[in-house]
Design a protein around this ligand. Structure first.
Ligand code: PSV
Ligand code: MN
Length: 380
């Protein structure tokens, strides 16, 4: 495995919604120069890719990023050296979805949700995108509010109707989240139920792991290993959380967890049985900066993923296997820690040279004049 070559192939989508003024439900602190529409979000995403070389696509959220002319948007992105990544339907903001969308008790609302998914699929096709990334806010707030198994059956049927319409390399990623906005239960609470649905729906349905969507202390690298082993890991939403779905900069809370996740991915890529499945995983960032400068935050997330992958690629997998087989608990652990503690800065210097990007992307952003330019141009 050529480590530099693998790092040059690293590719992570950035989210359009990370460039605009989003924030928390308590307050949105407007950031000067923040993108006001999808065109400006694409400009920012392209700038982030120019500086890092590892973020060649931007994921869109519909209808937040809705435009009249999708081919114009596609051309606009291409002119700026960036592609359109996953399309994220929004099944949580219409008044009809108070009791759910695809699992809603009323067939009328389920049909409305399905129609939105179908419209997103059409838009994905117009944009040359093949991944629909689906998170549902479906759930309940009180014991007895609805019947779990009926909701599961309705969700399964709605998903099946949608998946049956996918063609070619199109796929749907099911993103689970154990709470919020449903506080008693959510219909896709964890990787187990997401995997069960995917297995019933066929190979075009895969699980998406958002790092912020697990109960405290969940061993996410173990979840990742299991989904890889079942060949059902479709994608990631990278972010960091300390308490809940905090959407912070990836690797800012627990860089060791991020490293361990990448170790599982590298091991799968090097396993002939899992390689093809591991190589089609869509890596995405899902973060929502509120008090931090948005472009700098996005770049920092990308750099943290780059560093984690670099360290994971340095794990001596043969030595690890030998220690594991010999039952040498701490010998095996030390192999991981040695890679984790390595100074990968010289390696990443080589990678940035090979990618033709600045050695310090954040310093380059600050020196570029881009921030002053967008602040002025987007003042209105
Ligand atoms: C839900 O919390 C989520 O992680 C989903 O991916 C949504 O699409 C996104 O956040 C919206 O910000
Ligand atoms: Mn997410």
């Amino acid at each position: 495995m050529d480590v530099v070559e693998r790092l040059c192939r690293q590719s992570i989508e950035t989210p359009s919604w990370g460039y605009g003024n989003a924030g928390t439900r308590f307050q949105v602190f407007a950031s000067p120069g923040a993108a006001r529409n999808v065109w400006e979000k694409i400009e920012d995403a392209a700038m982030v890719h120019r500086l890092t070389g590892i973020a060649p696509r931007v994921a869109l959220h519909i209808p937040w990023d809705q435009v009249e002319d999708w081919s114009a948007l596609k051309a606009f992105a291409e002119e700026r050296g960036i592609g359109i990544g996953a399309i994220n339907p929004n099944l949580f903001q219409e008044p009809e979805y108070m009791l759910g969308s695809l699992a809603h008790p009323e067939s009328r609302v389920r049909a409305q949700a399905l129609a939105h998914l179908e419209a997103c699929l059409e838009e994905a096709r117009a944009l040359g995108a093949s991944v629909i990334s689906l998170w549902l806010a479906d759930g309940t707030n009180y014991a007895g509010q609805d019947d779990f198994r009926s909701r599961k059956a309705r969700l399964r049927e709605s998903l099946k109707t949608f998946v049956d319409q996918l063609q070619g390399d199109e796929r749907v990623l099911l993103e689970y989240k154990f709470f919020e906005p449903g506080f008693y239960h959510t219909d896709l609470a964890d990787w187990g139920i997401a995997l069960l649905h995917c297995q019933a729906l066929g190979p075009r349905a895969q699980v998406l792991v958002d790092l912020g969507h697990h109960p405290q202390a969940t061993n996410v690298e173990w979840v990742v290993a299991n989904l890889l082993d079942e060949e059902r890991l479709g994608g990631f939403h990278f972010n960091a959380r300390r308490y809940a779905d905090d959407d912070l900069i990836v690797g800012s809370v627990n860089p060791f967890e991020l490293f361990c996740i990448y170790v599982e991915l590298v091991k799968a890529e090097q396993d002939p049985k899992l390689r093809a499945s591991a190589e089609q995983i869509v890596y995405m960032i899902d973060q929502s900066p509120n008090i931090e400068p948005k472009l700098e935050a996005m770049i920092l997330s990308l750099l943290n993923c780059q560093e984690a992958l670099a360290k994971a690629l340095l794990v001596d997998l043969e030595a690890l296997r030998q220690y594991q087989q010999a039952g040498d608990v701490l010998g095996a652990h030390r192999v991981l820690m040695e890679a984790y503690r390595s100074d990968v800065r010289p390696l990443l210097k080589e990678v940035r040279e090979a990618l033709g990007v600045p050695q310090d992307p954040i310093a380059a952003l600050k020196e570029s004049g881009y921030l002053a330019h967008i602040e002025e141009a987007r003042r209105a």
